[in-house]
Design a protein around this ligand. Structure first.
Ligand code: NAD
Length: 493
């Protein structure tokens, strides 16, 4: 039976060794929702050993891909069966509006179904013949699961980020220890329950809740982990990479961004306004790929700003469970304080605050913030260059294409970028010139499980989703055979 106060290890719900707990808080009401188990290094060790045993001795990596697919499909169905309840838990834990939570949960189920499809095809595609120049030999390249994977995930899309890692890892035949963010641990525990009900063998998926330093760090440092998949901030990603370096662990990192959106002056203003808003206000701007730096061609700069301000002021802010709400609270007090500080910093740096950036007058509880628009943002300012991770858009004018591309690429990040113009040749040209892992043309943010996801530069290493996401959890082995009946004849003539 699932309990938020326990860890899911080796197919069973168990209390943490030191009986530690932490509270998870509803950011709309500031009330405690649940007291959650706080794992420490000893629990992590037990979880990694359970995953190791399931990998080395259990059925999961040895099953046919189609058998693993059947379990993944049952997990997908388990999510769909509880979609509304899970979405409501996600809203209370994270703050996002209910329609967005429903969307995330549907995508999470879809992710398990997609990787079930790849698992079904896995056995036929696992071995590829390798052409050799010597006819006495034959060779195949064979894909095999990488082993025990550790996953550490953030709080902005709790269930979806879990699905992006658990589904491909399980499809590949890996076993996993998953550590959700301490700010939003609840749906990961629900996922453990769903997996258990889907007859996932014990030890294949272990879910350990806990703090970054007490549970995340020991997981990333554990020698029993073969692969570490991390999504979160650049400083933590860097720490995880250092820990992985000691044992030469395979790591994939999905980190932060400060993604540009270039709007040329032949764009339809309302379409541009809507995609700019979706690019930065969706999920309260707590989106790694948020297009938070907008470059608008001078010819439409003033008109666009006017319409953007008008539409932004209409966004309905409130508890994500209320009908019609399109902007919930920030996920935590810490995040609220960080974003408020960033707004103050922007003002002191000389950017023009056109709208928002303060607590809405009608909400006296909860971590709510009016969506903010900064115009004429200085190019060397902190807010133009650093990730704010909140509903704050920074805007600057530009004159020509070369300048726009240069400004867009002038960043240590390279996760995503967007370009808008009626001139399709120009969009294609700019898309190729942008140094980012994801480029949207005439839109911003729509994300598909089938397409690769990940960043250039400090935004990460590796790709999730699609077939690329499966490869994250696979090793490649060559098997080379000497097929000639003739002796080798090197020492023995
Ligand atoms: P974070 O780095 O603070 O925490 C992420 C996870 O790491 C949490 O589970 C946390 O407990 C854990 N952690 C913290 N310290 C650790 C340590 N020393 N060792 C191991 N684990 C540790 O990030 P966050 O605040 O939860 O998430 C926000 C960041 O995530 C943003 O920068 C955002 O851009 C990024 N993000 C990226 C993507 C992507 O796909 N590229 C998606 C979502 C979020």
């Amino acid at each position: 039976m699932k309990s938020y106060g326990q860890l899911f290890i080796g197919g069973r719900w168990v209390a943490p060794i030191h009986n530690g707990r932490f509270d998870t808080i509803d950011p709309a009401s500031e009330e405690v929702i649940a007291s959650v188990a706080a794992a420490t290094a000893e629990d992590i060790d037990i979880a990694v050993k359970a995953a190791r045993k399931a990998f080395d001795e259990g059925p999961w990596p040895r099953m046919r891909g189609a058998e693993r697919a059947a379990v993944l499909r049952r997990i997908g169905k388990g999510i769909r069966d509880r979609l509304q309840a899970l979405a409501e838990i996600e809203v209370r834990d994270n703050g996002k509006p209910l329609p967005e939570a429903l969307w995330d949960l549907g995508d999470a189920a879809g992710c398990f179904e997609f990787y079930a499809g790849l698992a079904e095809k896995f056995d036929d595609s696992a071995e590829t013949p390798v052409a050799l120049p010597d006819a006495r030999f034959s060779s195949v390249a064979r894909k095999e699961p990488v082993g025990v994977a550790g996953a550490v995930i953030p709080w902005n899309f709790p269930m979806l980020m879990a699905a992006w890692k658990v589904a491909p890892a399980l499809a590949a035949g890996c076993t996993m220890v998953l550590k959700p963010s301490e700010l939003t641990p609840l749906t990961a525990l629900e996922l453990a329950d769903i997996a258990a009900n889907a007859d996932l063998p014990p030890g294949v998926l272990n879910v350990v809740t806990g703090l970054g330093k007490d549970a995340g760090a020991p997981l990333s440092e554990h020698p029993g982990i073969d692969k570490l998949a991390f999504t979160g901030s650049v400083p933590t990603g860097s720490r995880i990479m250092q820990a992985a370096a000691r044992d030469i662990k395979n790591v994939s990192l999905e980190l932060g961004g400060k993604s540009p959106f270039i709007v040329f002056d032949d764009s339809e203003i309302d379409a541009a306004v809507e995609w700019i808003m979706f690019g930065i206000f969706w999920n309260q701007g707590e989106v790694c790929s948020a297009t938070s730096r907008v470059l608008v061609q001078r010819g439409i700069y003033d008109r666009l700003l006017e319409r953007l301000e008008e539409e932004t002021r209409k966004i309905s802010i409130g508890n994500g469970l209320k009908d019609g709400v399109l902007l919930g609270p920030l996920a935590s007090k810490g995040q609220f304080d960080k974003v408020r500080e960033a707004v103050e910093r922007g003002v002191s740096e000389g950017a023009r605050l056109v709208a928002g950036g303060t607590r809405p007058a009608h909400l006296d509880k909860g971590y709510f913030l009016e969506p903010a628009i900064f115009a004429d943002v200085p190019v060397d300012s902190w807010i133009w260059n650093e990730e704010i991770f909140g509903p704050v858009v920074c805007i600057r004018p530009f004159d020509d294409e070369a300048e726009a591309v240069r400004s867009a690429n002038d960043s240590r990040f390279g996760l995503a970028a967007a370009v808008m113009s009626r001139d399709t040749a120009r969009c294609e040209r700019v898309a190729r010139a942008l140094r980012a892992g994801i480029v949207w043309i005439n839109c911003s943010q729509p994300t598909f499980t089938e397409a690769p996801w990940g960043g250039y530069k400090q935004s990460g290493i590796g790709r999730e989703l699609g077939e690329w996401g499966l490869n994250n959890y696979l090793e490649t082995k060559q098997i080379t055979r000497y097929e000639s009946g003739e002796p080798w004849g090197w020492y023995i003539k």
